[in-house]
Unconditional design. Structure first.
Length: 336
């Protein structure tokens, strides 16, 4: 099967040993006067061939629509917006449009979006994944649809599948070591892991390992599903239970807003009362106090590289690709 070839309704009919009309009736839910065995045989053929009805006959006749599907976890997060911009900057120059879809960090929403993109006969897919399991994206390999996974990591992703992400684990491991050298006794992270395949997972792993090796205590507060009032109470309880110097780390940019509000309400200042580090701030935190110590990712570059990987797959008609790890930049400021 070539990269742009897709399973058709005629393929399903041949596999099931029935007419195209019979397959069409089943797809449209018209089961009247149909033998259960026939229906079961057709449904098994649909499943085994991974058949998805085309969005329109026009798109079926069209080998390439020069459209790339892009799935992001949360379009309201500046990270996702800048990632999509980086992708679009490259694809536009190559003559492709993007079909941008927001999965709202939901595995079910993502599954429906992937199905819809296949229906639209997109020429490739770039996904900021929600699932940690590659079965969610496996159909792209079965059908030779170019795929690049970006930002977040999928546990069992095949090595030949394109991926672009940051060195999150190593960057946080090095941060933990640095905090130990600076005399901190505790690391308290604040996370907001809305997706199963969160980029915060390797960050936590790196900090945990560094804390264990250096003899620091490590605790994490997961904020998902809770409001700022809950976080204020949880933070106060955790912080007050710690002895010695504590470094507080925001594992994603938006969490930093909550922390700054909480510190103000609790009359805590940094670095006098605690150290403060954050991932990604989109250039504003330099104006807070004497600046906030940052770990920064280049989201637009990540999008650029993901788009380049996808274009290479399309041009070579080969859906195999490689992994690119981007360094996380350390911006040293006076909050620790």
């Amino acid at each position: 099967m070539t990269m742009t070839q897709h399973i058709t309704i005629a393929d399903v009919a041949r596999a099931a040993g029935v007419s195209v009309t019979t397959v069409s009736r089943i797809l449209n839910g018209r089961f009247e006067k149909m033998r259960p065995a026939t229906r079961k045989r057709v449904e098994m053929a649909i499943h085994s061939l991974n058949y998805v009805p085309a969005a329109s006959a026009q798109r079926l006749r069209q080998a390439q629509g020069h459209v790339i599907g892009v799935l992001v976890g949360d379009i309201s997060n500046p990270f996702s917006s800048l990632l999509a911009k980086g992708i679009d900057d490259v694809l536009q120059k190559a003559g492709y449009d993007i079909l941008l879809m927001n999965t709202n960090n939901s595995i079910d929403t993502e599954a429906r979006a992937l199905k819809r993109l296949y229906q639209q006969r997109v020429d490739g897919i770039i996904v900021q994944p929600n699932s940690r399991h590659f079965t969610q994206y496996e159909f792209t390999k079965r059908n030779n649809v170019p795929l690049v996974i970006v930002d977040r990591e999928v546990d069992d992703q095949p090595q030949i599948t394109g991926k672009v992400t940051s060195t999150n684990r190593d960057a946080c491991y090095q941060l933990g070591k640095s905090l130990s050298r600076r005399g901190y006794d505790n690391i308290l992270t604040i996370s907001a892991r809305f997706a199963e395949a969160s980029g915060q997972i390797p960050r936590i792993a790196g900090l945990k390992l560094a804390a264990k090796e250096a003899g620091l205590s490590y605790r994490n507060i997961e904020t998902r599903g809770h409001d700022r009032q809950w976080l204020t109470q949880a933070f106060r309880k955790q912080f007050n239970a710690l002895d010695g110097r504590t470094a507080v780390i925001s594992l994603m940019g938006p969490v930093l807003f909550d922390l700054l509000s909480i510190f103000k309400n609790l009359n805590l200042t940094f670095p006098a009362d605690l150290g403060l580090v954050s991932f990604d701030d989109w250039e504003w935190s330099q104006y807070v106090g004497d600046g906030i110590f940052l770990l920064k990712q280049d989201m637009e570059l990540m999008g650029n590289i993901a788009a380049d990987k996808l274009l290479t797959q399309i041009s070579k008609k080969d859906s195999t690709s490689s992994t690119t790890l981007l360094p996380v930049e350390t911006v040293e400021r006076h909050s620790i």
